[in-house]
Design a protein around this ligand. Structure first.
Ligand code: ADE
Length: 234
């Protein structure tokens, strides 16, 4: 047990999928895993372990934002020996060619700050996905038939942004979408020699103001979960 995860040693798999929303962890575990069992409910941040095609998998909520994800990812890595950590979540589209429901596989994650950025002092560290996971996720996505983009995303500290100039610079530099967790996940994985990736579904669009109706979310989010699972065990 750790401060924030109540699972016993051995109850967490080496492969962990991390949605922000604990109820999405429950839905994904019940939908995609065999024999899913609740292994964590501390603070309602649900985690489940089961198997996918015979492979042990944990799906653990991360909460929203990098400080919350950092707590869970640190404990999963340092106390439960997680080796492969894949964020599955939503993001806001930033480019005109990125549409609602598209999948974004994040090659890099730009930030202003993250819980880790203090240790780098004057250096702008470039949080980057694990190449083997990225490549496998792209291959898996190609078989799904949905529209997929691979490139840079922006990990923001705010959902309600007050800096249109900053969004403009992100768009101008080809950033595909905005979310709030991946940069810290990539940085922690780099520090501890683990594999990390973020597979995201575009749930809203900063330029058009469009947003995915909640009834549509499960089907599109399902593709993202399958891409993550296929990448983890490729
Ligand atoms: N996650 C989903 N949509 C987002 C947005 N517009 N900004 C930040 N995080 C998000």
């Amino acid at each position: 047990m750790t401060v924030h995860i109540g699972a016993a040693p051995g109850q967490i798999a080496e492969t962990v999928l991390m949605p922000g929303d604990p109820y999405r962890a429950k839905w994904a575990a019940e939908t995609f895993l065999d024999g899913a069992e609740l292994v964590n409910e501390v603070r309602g941040m649900l985690g489940f372990t089961g198997t996918w095609k015979g492979n042990p998998v944990t799906i653990q909520g991360s909460g929203m934002g990098m400080p919350s994800l950092s707590i869970y990812a640190n404990e999963l890595i340092s106390s439960y020996n997680a080796q492969t950590l894949i964020r599955i979540g939503s993001c806001g589209g930033m480019q005109p060619h990125v549409d609602i429901r598209d999948v974004i596989i994040a090659m890099s994650a730009t930030t202003i700050t993250s819980p880790s950025s203090g240790i780098f002092k004057e250096v702008n560290f470039a949080p980057t996905a694990d190449w083997s996971l990225l490549r496998a996720a792209v291959t898996a996505a190609e078989t799904k038939g949905g529209k997929t983009h691979v490139g840079g995303i922006y990990s923001s500290d705010v959902f309600y942004a007050e800096r249109p100039d900053l969004d403009e610079q992100m768009v101008r530099h080809g950033i595909l979408g905005v979310e709030m967790e991946a940069a810290e996940l990539y940085t922690l994985a780099a520090r501890h020699g683990r594999r990390a990736l973020a597979v995201l579904t575009v749930s809203d669009h900063l330029q058009t103001g469009e947003a995915l109706p909640s009834a549509d979310r499960e089907r599109t989010f399902g593709d993202m979960v399958e891409i993550a699972l296929e990448a983890a065990f490729a």
